[in-house]
Design a protein around this ligand. Structure first.
Ligand code: NAG
Length: 451
């Protein structure tokens, strides 16, 4: 009696151990799938600044996209889209197979999500305002220059320009994220209209390219309880407005009332915040007079980023400002220039310069993990960017200043590795007292360029 039960319990233990082991293997497998390119996929001996290669003109604005097959974007496992939306322009609701970070570069508007599973429709009209029908929908955010919005995979969103100037947004799609269980190709699913594929996919010539377009007409008519004529409009056939349409009469949506009656819901998806402002000087984490400012956004400030495994950095250099040489510990950086003139130098693990040049507004530079980067404002108007980073809490290690890697070394180590005197080693360690930002003008006017 004792023996079989011992055997049973041993095999049970084995079974449990096996289960646990296979569980952790599956977990590690998932971790590995999460943004890990194959060996040889990252050819990083020469980086280039990238411009969009696809362009779609629509009734309400323009959509431009970067080449997701570009080798450096494939290595980083991301791609980008930029939309320029005219006043009263409405970007058709869509979702993608990848988490997204949106940065509003210019203009103002409102943005809403289609649905977050099991969220109530939190915005509703006061009772008795609309006859028999009472409008309810998911919450709507006011958005404007300097705002970041985080969108998980498969969550739809739309946005609308309610200002008088173009609304410009740059969108990072993290196709190598574990939340994308398809391949690395960006796929955008539109809920309406007759949009073109913004990632360069040839269209089949048929009109109607939204979720409803190929579902049988009669079936849709019965499911929704609407006429076949309405269903045809849903399918988007003959709609020539493309990806961004004009709401010619403007757009009336239920919004939280301003003032003391705001209930706090406007900032959340159910309980999750998705928006954060990083644009203004008041929001800076690092500020050095005459040099510039840096605002970081990570999962500590915006917890949804822990799920998306993304973070961001808003950088502004003033005239003569320098972002000192540093490396990113745990993330690739996808830097989008939002204005000004600047020069960037990037150095790889063999000490080679893989990028050294000017980069213009609207261009993208991918700075690979651990590569050393230095950024210098070259124009009178300074230089500014938004950097998307492929880790929820991206960290940098500067090579100069109070938290520099050099300062962390004992002075005798510094003297020996550089073959300098102890005095010179001390100067290297503590000669500069600033954080990561530095102004050449305020220190010395002789050495303006860093090469
Ligand atoms: C995108 O990049 C791939 C790989 O480098 C290249 O073959 C292709 O021609 C590019 N497409 C466009 C539209 O530039």
């Amino acid at each position: 009696m004792g023996k079989p039960s011992l055997g049973l319990s041993i095999s049970l233990v084995c079974f449990v151990v096996l289960m646990l082991a296979s569980d952790s293997v599956a977990h590690r497998q998932k971790m590995r799938m999460d943004r890990r390119p194959q060996v040889g996929e990252c050819q990083l001996d020469r980086l280039e600044s990238l411009k969009p290669v696809y362009r779609i003109e629509s009734e309400g604005g323009v959509t431009e996209s970067w080449n997701h097959s570009d080798k450096i974007l494939r290595c980083a496992g991301v791609t980008l889209v930029r939309r320029t939306v005219q006043p009263k322009g409405l970007v058709l609701p869509s979702y993608t197979n990848a988490p997204q970070l949106l940065y509003y570069v210019r203009g103002k508007g409102i943005q809403g999500m289609t649905i977050f599973p099991s969220c109530p429709e939190s915005f509703e009209e006061p009772e008795g305002s609309g006859g028999g029908y009472r409008e309810k929908h998911q919450k709507v955010h006011e958005i404007g220059e300097g705002d970041i919005i985080a969108i998980p995979a498969g969550i739809g969103y739309w946005f609308y320009n309610n200002g008088n100037t173009p609304l410009v947004v740059v969108i990072l799609m993290d196709t190598s994220n574990a939340d994308n269980q398809l391949d690395g190709k960006p796929r955008r699913f539109y809920l309406a209209g007759n949009p073109e594929d913004e990632h360069g996919e040839e269209t089949d010539g048929e009109s109607g390219r939204n979720l409803f377009s190929r579902i049988h007409e009669q079936l849709l008519s019965e499911i929704y309880g609407v006429s076949v004529e309405t269903v045809r409009k849903m399918k988007g056939a003959d709609d020539t407005r493309k990806n961004i349409v004009l709401a010619k009469e403007g757009l009336a949506v239920v919004r939280p009332e301003p003032g003391p009656r705001v209930n706090g819901l406007e900032e959340t998806i159910c309980t999750l915040r998705v928006r954060e402002h990083v644009g203004s000087a008041a929001r800076a984490d690092i500020y050095t007079p005459h040099a510039g400012r840096i605002a970081t956004l990570n999962s500590i400030k915006l917890p949804i980023l822990a799920d998306l495994r993304l973070s961001a950095e808003r950088g502004v250099l003033y005239e003569n400002g320098v972002y000192v040489p540093h490396w990113n510990l745990n993330a690739n950086t996808i830097l989008y220039v939002t204005g000004g003139e600047g020069r960037i130098q990037v150095v790889d693990n063999e000490g080679r310069s893989v990028f050294d040049g000017e980069i213009e507004e609207g261009e993208v530079l991918v700075i690979p993990q651990n590569f050393v980067v230095v950024i210098q404002a070259t124009g009178e108007g300074g230089f500014e960017w938004i950097a998307f980073k492929t880790a929820e809490n991206a960290m940098i290690s500067p090579l100069v200043g109070i938290s520099s890697a050099i300062r962390a070394l004992p002075v005798h180590v510094v003297a020996n590795i550089f073959r300098v005197s102890i005095e010179e080693a001390q100067r290297l360690k503590i000669g500069r007292d600033q954080t990561s930002l530095f102004s050449i003008a305020s220190q010395s006017s002789k050495t303006k360029a860093f090469v």
